[in-house]
Write a protein that binds this ligand. Structure first.
Ligand code: HEM
Length: 118
């Protein structure tokens, strides 16, 4: 089922949302420092691939294993929630329908254990 993928605006829509999220994140004092050494162009590309894939789009995530990449970063619940807030702001700005926003947030919540407390 690729309906979520379509509602997010396909690959281009997802790319735009992820760019907006990373822009918000860069200005968010709560978590910006944690991305100081990160290649943001790569992160943008990997997030776009991953969200394309999990939303049912024609993509294959080619990045690092999620647990492996987040291990040792000591990411907290508060960090996770801050990133989610940045994503919601980005989706609002890109006029993603609320139902689609909630479906994507639910898919990301399922990945919480691959990100937090490692
Ligand atoms: C569900 C939420 C999240 C998802 C789906 C996610 C996904 C990803 C992906 C796809 C990558 C790139 C992997 C690669 O380069 O191959 C990545 C890297 C990274 N993530 Fe996350 N992430 C999430 C939450 C977070 C949070 C909350 C933080 C910290 C506030 C965080 C910090 C990082 C950092 C610092 C990197 C770069 C690591 C490096 O380059 O060595 N992530 N994440």
């Amino acid at each position: 089922d690729d309906s979520l993928y379509q509602e997010l605006g396909g690959k281009e829509g997802i790319s735009n949302v992820m760019a907006e999220m990373l822009y918000e994140l860069a200005g968010d004092d709560r978590i910006a420092d944690q991305f100081a050494d990160t290649d943001i162009d790569r992160l943008h590309q990997m997030l776009t691939e991953q969200v394309c894939e999990i939303s049912g789009g024609p993509c294959t995530y080619t990045g690092e294993d999620m647990v492996k990449i987040h291990t040792g970063l000591n990411i907290t619940n508060a960090d996770f929630n801050a990133l989610v807030e940045n994503l919601i702001i980005a989706m609002e700005r890109e006029e993603i329908p609320t139902t689609a926003q909630n479906r994507l947030l639910s898919l990301l919540a399922d990945m919480h254990h691959e990100v937090v407390g490692l």
